[in-house]
Design a binder for this molecule. Structure first.
Ligand code: FAD
Length: 503
């Protein structure tokens, strides 16, 4: 049997931060799947939010975060997150993250939607995620107490009391058990790939949500999926995000022929739910929407990765508007956890986008997720030291194991259902029909975490009979006070704690 003090699943910014922080005291095994280069982390463009400028303050950052969260944020955790943000930038710089600086050597700060101050630190212009991920990955690879394995986690091992004591992994040929003496951390990212049209990598199919659900953990707010307003879709079907920082730098949304999408240019920087919905409405009326960055000074130099990708497709960001459309981007919900990642299952932690800590509420403020990944990773590193030691033995195989090949088989059938009925705009009859279809797929694709995560999202969206943040119900177009609380569900109650639905 193989064992480590801490086992972390996923090698995005959350998993790598957690690995480096916990390796200060424990030996760590990272189950890295396909590695960090295929993570959402590596794709992050805009940056990481921190109140660092004169005239800014963590309290202002917190106020902006709470406003975006539409009444569902945990205010205390938001305060803690925003207060820790400047320290996060310093911690990352220690690993050699080359944050962009102005001519006087100060950190260059950008602005994104929903922020009332310039507070987004970035690296390589629009390649922030790439630079942070690479720096952390190199540090983890060099670290004498961190072992990295290119395997997939397919199950959580639990002892007779339910405590998580390790993971089952699959390397394409063999299944193995890796024991965790202190803690298992799930950092498998989000769910964007379930929707087909997404900014996320193919690995974002909700593995962590499915694994945690089967381990008995409480899930929260799964209905809140953020749709980013400005995805560019390449001819090969590959999607690329046109960072919100472009609008922060002065780019505006226009409809074909040039009329602006918003009468007031300031509305281009409203929160993502508002902007995405405005684009979806224009599309429903038969208009194509474009992002016009032609007035942004030095746009190609400031956004080099985006400009280069568009150039390869024959488009020039500096001289022509680029067609955009909304796509699934970020999961505000996930496995219910505190800021150190503790879930309702002893020994099991959820980190980064897999977790729902309440800091994003019903709608994430731009550039708060990389921040959350690092804050959680660092707190996890401290929290695991207090976890009691588990006995190391090989437990029985869990009754449910993830079968990644079933995800692959299910996705072409699943994604159109999710996009059509559980996408940007939802209603009761569509959600009920989608749920029936998705639950029917569970038998045809046994072991598919994607099918399970998709049906849990649909179930949560059906429960929330109101519109709030990113969750838009045509049949309940306004917020309802009775729903001003997080949704929750866990396997023990089958369809739920607060999400109880009969189909
Ligand atoms: C295009 C894009 C741009 C973005 N821009 C920004 C931004 O500017 N600022 C910001 O704050 N946020 C941004 N975000 C959001 C942010 O990048 C993510 O929320 C964050 O990086 C998530 O990090 P993570 O470590 O939780 O998950 P990820 O980075 O997604 O990493 C998860 C890892 O887990 C692995 N994995 C999955 N399943 C398994 C399994 N079963 N076994 C083993 N490994 C597994 C995956 O392969 C992946 O490597 C952006 C997201 C995208 C997609």
């Amino acid at each position: 049997m193989e064992a480590a003090g801490v086992v972390i699943v996923g090698a995005g910014i959350a998993g790598l931060s957690a690995a480096l922080a916990s390796a200060e005291a424990e030996d760590v095994c990272v189950i890295a799947g396909e590695g960090p280069r295929t993570s959402s982390s590596a794709r992050a463009q805009g940056g990481l939010a921190a109140a660092l400028s004169e005239g800014d303050d963590p309290a202002l950052h917190a106020a902006d975060t709470l406003r975006a969260g539409a009444g569902l944020c945990d205010a205390q955790r938001v305060r803690e997150l925003t207060e820790e943000a400047p320290g996060v930038v310093a911690w990352l710089a220690q690993f050699g993250v080359p944050f962009d600086r102005d001519s006087s050597g100060r950190l260059a700060l950008g602005r994104e939607g929903g922020h009332t101050r310039e507070r987004i630190v970035h690296a390589g212009g629009d390649a922030t995620g790439h630079f942070i991920t690479e720096a952390l990955w190199q540090a983890a690879a060099r670290h004498p107490r961190i072992e990295i394995r290119r395997e997939h986690c397919v199950g959580i091992a639990q002892d007779a009391t339910g405590r998580a004591v390790g993971v089952w992994t699959w390397d394409g040929a063999r299944q193995r058990f890796v024991a965790a003496r202190r803690a298992v951390g799930l950092a498998t990212g989000g769910v964007g790939a379930l929707f087909g049209r997404t900014s996320n990598p193919p690995s974002a199919v909700g593995a962590g949500v499915a694994l945690a659900y089967h381990a008995g953990a409480t899930l929260a707010n799964l209905e809140f999926v953020q749709f980013h307003p400005t995805l560019w879709l390449g001819r090969d079907g590959e999607a690329m995000l046109l960072s919100e920082a472009l609008r922060g730098a002065g780019a505006v949304l226009v409809t074909e022929g040039g009329p602006p999408l918003f009468a007031d240019p300031a509305d281009n920087l409203r929160t993502r739910d508002v902007v995405a919905l405005a684009i979806a409405r224009a599309e429903a009326e038969g208009h194509r929407v474009y992002l016009d960055a032609t007035q942004v000074r030095d746009v190609a130099a400031r956004f080099p990765s985006i400009a280069a990708r568009l150039r390869r497709a024959g488009l020039d960001l500096a001289s022509q508007p680029i067609p955009v459309t909304p796509g699934a981007h970020f999961l505000m919900g996930g496995v219910e956890a505190d800021l150190a990642g503790r879930t309702s299952v002893p020994g099991l932690f959820a980190l980064g986008e897999t977790a729902c800590t309440g800091v994003h509420g019903a709608n994430r403020l731009a550039s708060n997720s990389l921040l959350e990944c690092v804050v959680m990773g660092r707190r996890f590193g401290k929290a695991v030291r207090e976890e009691p030691l588990a006995c190391t033995y090989t437990p029985e195989e869990p009754t449910w194991l993830l079968h990644p090949e079933q995800d692959e088989a299910a996705l072409p059938e699943l994604a159109p259902v999710l996009w059509r009925s559980v996408g940007l705009v939802r209603d009761e009859s569509g959600l009920r029909a989608a749920l029936v279809e998705l639950e029917g797929m569970a038998d045809r694709y046994p072991g598919s975490g994607a099918v399970l995560a998709a049906s849990l999202i649909a179930r949560s969206a059906l429960w929330r009979r109101e519109s709030r943040g990113s969750h838009v119900r045509m049949d309940a177009p306004a917020p309802v006070q009775a729903y001003a609380r997080p949704s929750g569900m866990c396997k023990a109650h089958r369809a739920a704690t607060s999400v109880a639905i009969t189909t």
